[in-house]
Design a protein around this ligand. Structure first.
Ligand SMILES: [Zn+2]
Length: 85
């Protein structure tokens, strides 16, 4: 019985951690980027805040329905967006 409770607590904390991570990533949206780094928005397009590169790539975030927008030049993550349905 005790082992069951320990397992439940472990699984619960993994879910909780994943949920927190998801919320944190989802909060870093394009709007957040535009508000935080308005100097790096040009013609409605974001550019890298580190190297000013305007060619932003995207990749799917494993296990989450989110896309990561990142700079292929220096690798920094800029913002996240929901996956298209
Ligand atoms: Zn960059």
């Amino acid at each position: 019985m005790e082992i069951f409770l320990i397992m439940l607590a472990l699984v619960g904390s993994v879910f909780w951690w994943n949920y927190r991570r998801f919320k944190r990533m989802r909060a870093q949206s394009f709007d957040w980027y535009a508000q935080t780094y308005p100097q790096h928005i040009q013609d409605g397009q974001a550019r890298c805040r580190e190297c000013k590169n305007s060619r932003i790539h995207t990749r799917k975030v494993d296990n989450y329905s989110l896309r990561e927008h990142f700079c292929p030049n220096c690798g920094v993550t800029l913002y996240y967006s929901p996956l298209p349905e």
